[in-house]
Design a protein around this ligand. Structure first.
Ligand code: C5P
Length: 298
């Protein structure tokens, strides 16, 4: 076999309810993930030793050493099976780098599935999900796709029904935001306050299950948004520009700085993207639909 390519979706958090900091430094979450049709592709081939290359938007910012989640995935799987991790990993990036859309997690999930296939290991989905949780909080969802409620630190998934397609626009910001820095700012903003235990929103789950975009727009919530805006105040102008362009709702995606805009139709999404592009408040826009499938061997 010469190589295996896996396609992996980005995610948007349609609800990100964040609890207080835990003793291990993580935060308990009620995290409603939705996979969107914006994909990275991860290709693995036999090689003399583990190497990585990356192409696409933001590729220059992607680490090509063992801090890359794709490399860590290959190392973890090889270690579990007592084999040498001798592969070349090539990542074709479309998901914004350090953008709050789980691009790094997607590459980790993609490399895991690609290596499992290349090496003929035949791991079950449950075995792969367990390894994904070792790699990072968002990696299990990148493998699973669709829609899911993530609890714990976000890694314990319950699949959710989705009643129809939703149309999104994503505005890419100049530069990234560090996830730990955004959680740190969340802690700073809540210092001394009692943070309630995170709970999934019933109106949001109902809207998702019904495929009702207007109701979903009214229920979108991201507890990390004030922290992301505090670190990057210019995102407020991007959110305003998308709403002025006709979006049903706007929010920061995950820990940001990508912003997400829900539109009522594909046509409306194209108009929102045009308004954002003309506003000069973002670097680029992507139109996408959800739900999208999880990591898939091409
Ligand atoms: O799990 P992952 O490596 O993606 O997490 C990156 C960082 O984000 C963690 O080191 C932590 O600072 C923060 N985080 C958190 N609570 C979560 C998930 C992530 O505080 N539930």
């Amino acid at each position: 076999m010469s190589g295996v390519t896996v396609r992996v979706p980005a995610k948007v958090n349609i609800q990100l309810a964040v609890g207080g900091a835990r003793p291990d430094g993580f935060h308990d979450l009620a995290n409603v993930f939705l996979a969107v049709s914006l994909y990275d592709e991860v290709t693995v081939r036999p090689a003399e030793r583990l190497t990585i290359t990356c192409e696409g938007a933001g590729a220059a910012k992607v680490p090509l050493d063992e801090s890359n989640l794709a490399a860590r995935a290959a190392l973890l799987l090889a270690e579990r099976h007592g084999i040498a991790p001798d592969v070349h990993i090539h990542i074709a990036k479309a998901i914004p780098v350090a953008g709050g859309m789980a691009g790094g997690s997607a590459d980790g999930a993609g490399a895991l599935l690609a290596c499992d296939t290349l090496w003929g290991l035949g791991s079950s989905q449950a075995q792969l999900l367990e390894l994904c949780a070792v790699l990072g909080s968002d990696v299990p969802f990148s493998l699973a796709g669709g829609a899911a409620l993530g609890t714990g630190r976000g890694e314990r998934l319950t699949p959710l029904p989705v009643g129809g397609d939703f149309h999104w626009v994503f505005a890419v910001a100049d530069g990234g935001l560090s996830t730990p820095a955004v959680y740190g700012e969340f802690d700073r903003l809540h210092a001394g306050a009692r943070v309630p235990a995170p709970r999934a929103s019933e109106p949001l789950l109902d809207a998702l299950g019904a495929g009702d975009a207007a109701a979903l727009g009214a229920a979108l919530v991201n507890d990390l948004q004030p922290a992301a805006l505090s670190l990057r105040p210019s995102l407020a102008a991007t959110l305003d520009a998308g709403l002025a362009g006709g979006a049903l709702a706007a929010l920061v995606s995950g820990s940001g700085p990508t912003t997400a805009f829900l539109a009522k139709s594909a046509e409306a999404a194209a108009e929102v993207a045009g308004a954002l592009d003309a506003s000069g408040t973002c670097l680029a826009t992507h139109v996408a639909t959800s739900p999208a499938p999880g990591a898939t061997v091409l």
